[in-house]
Write a protein that binds this ligand. Sequence first.
Ligand SMILES: Cc1cc2nc3c(=O)[nH]c(=O)nc-3n(C[C@H](O)[C@H](O)[C@H](O)COP(=O)(O)OP(=O)(O)OC[C@H]3O[C@@H](n4cnc5c(N)ncnc54)[C@H](O)[C@@H]3O)c2cc1C
Length: 419
Amino acid sequence: MIATERTNWAGNVTYHAASLARPSSVSEVRELVASTPRLTALGSTHSFNEIADTDAVQVTLAGLPPVLEIDTARRVVLVAAGMTHAQVASGLEARGWALANLASLPHISTAGAVATGTHGSGVRNPSLAQAVVGLDVVRASGDVVHVAGDRPDAELDAHRVALGALGIVTAVELAIEPTFQVATTVHLDLPWDAVESQFDAVMSDAYSVSMFTSFDDRGARQVWTKHRVDEPAPTIDLVALGARTATGPVHPGENDPAGVTEQGGVPGPWSERLPHFRSSFTPSTGAEIQAEYLLPAASAVPALRALRPLAGLFAPILIAAEVRTIAPDTAWLAPSSERQSVGVHFTFRRDVEAVAAAVERIEDVLAPFDPRPHWGKVSAATPERLHEAYPHLARFAALARELDPAGRFRNPFLERVLA
Ligand SMILES: Cc1cc2nc3c(=O)[nH]c(=O)nc-3n(C[C@H](O)[C@H](O)[C@H](O)COP(=O)(O)OP(=O)(O)OC[C@H]3O[C@@H](n4cnc5c(N)ncnc54)[C@H](O)[C@@H]3O)c2cc1C
C-alpha cells in the first residue's frame, strides 16, 4: 500500500484516498476486493474531476502483467485493463492490426478511457467504449465475471461506460481491424462563415476531423483533417473557403509542436496519427483543466454561434477549444449514447476559480442544446441535470445497487451522481 498525498495528472484534484493498493495479479485483485469494504479503481489519473477519488482505498492495475492476445478469426484483442492506449496501439500495430480510433492523448489507460466514454473524432467513429466486445470484471463478492455481447445485450451496454461503479475491470476485449495508414493535414484560420455553412461537409470529409478555436474572430484557427489513405481523398478545398494550409507542424494550443503527431499530409500508421500527441512524448503533470459537452450533431452550428460571445471571458484562460464528431454508441452512459454527436471541448489553464466560473457560463449557454457533460472532465451539472441528460442513468444506478448492494465500489462522486 502506498499512502502519500497524490493528485490527478492535471494537479487540480488532490486524492483523499487513505491508500493506494497495487495488486500484481487478478487473484490479488479478487482478494483485495473481497477483503476491503470500499475501494475505487484508478486508471492513469487523467480525469479532471473526483470520479477516481475515494476516502477509502484506490486500486491501480498498473502492476498487473501486460496482456495482448490477438484472435484473428474473431478480430478481437484481449488486453490487460491497466495498459495504456499507447502500449495497446504499438503492440497491435507491430502485428498488423488496429483499433478504429484513439483519444487525443495515448497515455490514458484502456479501462479508464472505456469507463468514462472517452472518444476521438469522426462522423463514423463512436466512442472507444463501443469497441469493447467483452470484459472481465471483479464483482463486489470477489468473483470474476466475463461480460460479453453474447449475454443479454443490455448487460454489455451497461458495462461499457460504468464509471467504476460495477466492479474492477481486469481485462478488456476490443474489436480490431487490419492496420491502416492515416495522413494528417492542417489548415489555419477557417472563417466563421465557412465553418457555419460547411460544418457537416468539412467534418465528414475525412475519417477523423477536428476543429480548434478560441471563439474569437479567427474562426476555426486550426482544422486537422485525418485522412485514411485507403479511403477516397478529401474533396473540400479549405483554402478556397478562406483558410491557409499550415506550412509546418502546429500545436492545438499554439505551443511548441515538438510533441504533436506528424502532420503535413505524411502517411503513417493509425497509432501515430489518430492521437494528436506522440506516444513517445511524455507529458508530466498537465497544469490544465478540461471541460467537454456532447450535443446532438444537428446543434453544432447554433451552439458554436452561441458560444462566440464568450470569447472575451475565455481569452485569459482558454488554451484551446476542440470541436469533434462522434457516432452514436449503444452504451447506456456514453455521452454519445444513441445520438450522432458533436463534442465541444475546452482546455483551460489551471485556474480553478476562473474555470469554474467559465464552466457555469458555458453550461448556461449550452443548456438549450441538451448537453451531456463528459464524465472525466469538470462540470457544474447537478445530479438532476445529469439524469435529464443521461436517460439511462436511473436504470444504471439501480443495476449498480443490485450488483454492489453494500456500496463497495461507491465513492463520493458516485454517491452524488447515482443518488
Ligand atoms: C491530456 C488529456 C487528453 C484527453 N483527451 C481526451 C480525448 O481525446 N477524448 C476524450 O473523450 N477524453 C479525453 N481525456 C479524458 C480522459 O480520456 C478520461 O478522463 C479518462 O477517463 C481517463 O482515463 P484514466 O485511465 O486516466 O482514468 P482515471 O481518471 O484514473 O479514472 C476514470 C474512471 O475510470 C474508472 N476506472 C479506471 N480503471 C478502471 C478499472 N480497471 N475498472 C473499473 N473502472 C476503472 C475509475 O474508477 C474512474 O471512474 C483526456 C484527458 C487528458 C488529461
